[in-house]
Design a protein. Structure first.
Length: 370
């Protein structure tokens, strides 16, 4: 991975699958054993190049190309595979089917569909060893077929980077048990999954990758499809729900998919997302709240929110599934405001109002204590 690409993920599961290059982020040793881990701060990723013209479904392998042609706020799925591995039409077909299934799953709970683009298939310019271990692979990475420290950076280069106002949903052949996602910047959402989703949903193993023979529970039952749906939820801004607020949720545990639900505040958040409701979800001329703000804030905490275009007298709306609380934050700069987190507030979102102009809604887990 390029050293300019600095990443922190909501999730990680699978065997020995990731370590950010030149950073200490991720599970110890860069290896994702079974289970989940959580980071509290959003990603900062170098956005590489803008996408080019949007095209239709292409089940045949192509080199990296197309973009949105001016469209905004949609989910763009990708199937990416190494230059020296075979293209599996079964993977493309399975991703297409799963995408439709998950879109309907969310719509059944949110009451509307997220906007969706057709699958793009990309053959990486890099061979698998280079994708896994970089242009100068050392012996330890070369000999450990489950080590993929450079995989994410290689995949992002193959697809041409991460555009704003898009959820980029990547299924990467050779990425093993990788499952990570986040939302940052100007609605830059991304999620990546690997072989332990592709193989179960298609019934086809790629022996040159990291097939399910290296997995245990991760390739079984509802886990593979649920992982894809869960990580996509993170690109919409959904967090893991706090333990203090029980209830069945895809964002708490994905292995029960499709027989699971979204919590009331998660549905509320999605109904404020431009991926579901379009650009009217916020005012372009209004204030902006950064998605890089803290995922968790405690009652009674003096909290600072970052963003831009703040003004003295702006109102801060803190909303959970039961009610909204409006207060006037202390204005620090046009880029930061501070306030006291009210007691009795459940997980929800924050939004800044400048008169009638509303900012984007930024999900926050409001909890009794940290």
């Amino acid at each position: 991975m390029d050293s300019s690409i600095q990443t922190m993920y909501k999730d990680g599961w699978g065997g020995r699958t990731w370590q950010a290059a030149n950073r200490g982020d991720g599970p110890e040793g860069g290896r994702m054993a079974g289970g989940n881990w959580e980071m509290r701060h959003a990603a900062v990723i170098a956005i590489v190049v803008a996408m080019l013209a949007f095209g239709g479904v292409d089940m045949q392998p192509v080199e990296a190309s197309a973009g949105d042609g001016g469209r905004q706020f949609f989910v763009q799925p990708y199937y990416v595979y190494p230059h020296d591995q075979p293209y599996h039409v079964e993977y493309a077909q399975a991703i297409d089917g799963l995408s439709s299934e998950i879109r309907h799953w969310y719509a059944d709970r949110v009451g509307r569909h997220f906007r969706f683009a057709q699958l793009k298939v990309v053959r990486s310019p890099d061979d698998y060893l280079v994708m896994r271990c970089g242009p100068q692979p050392d012996a330890s990475c070369r000999d450990d077929r489950q080590a993929i420290p450079f995989m994410l950076g290689s995949v992002l280069r193959a697809i041409g980077g991460l555009p704003s106002r898009q959820s980029t949903w990547i299924f990467a052949q050779g990425a093993g048990g990788f499952a990570g996602a986040n939302l940052f910047g100007d609605y830059v959402g991304f999620a990546m999954l690997g072989d332990w989703v592709l193989e179960p949903i298609s019934g086809v193993a790629e022996p040159a990758g990291i097939p399910c023979i290296f997995a245990t529970w991760q390739c079984q039952g509802g886990v593979p499809k649920g992982a894809a749906a869960h990580e996509l939820g993170h690109t919409f801004g959904l967090h893991h729900p706090p333990a203090e607020f029980p209830g069945q949720s895809l964002m708490r545990w994905h292995g029960d998919y499709p027989d699971t639900e979204l919590l009331a505040h998660e549905v509320m958040i999605l109904r404020e997302s431009p991926l579901f409701v379009g650009p009217s979800a916020f005012d372009e001329r209004g204030p902006w709240l950064d998605f890089e703000n803290a995922d968790f804030l405690a009652w009674g905490q003096v909290a600072t929110l970052s963003g831009h275009s703040f003004s003295p007298g702006d109102a801060l709306e803190l909303r959970d599934a039961r009610h909204s609380i409006f207060l006037t934050p202390d204005f620090l700069t046009p880029f930061s405001i501070t306030f006291l987190v009210p007691e009795g507030l459940d997980p929800g979102y924050a939004r800044v109002w400048h008169g009638r102009l509303q900012s984007n809604a930024v999900p926050i887990n409001f909890v009794p204590t940290l």
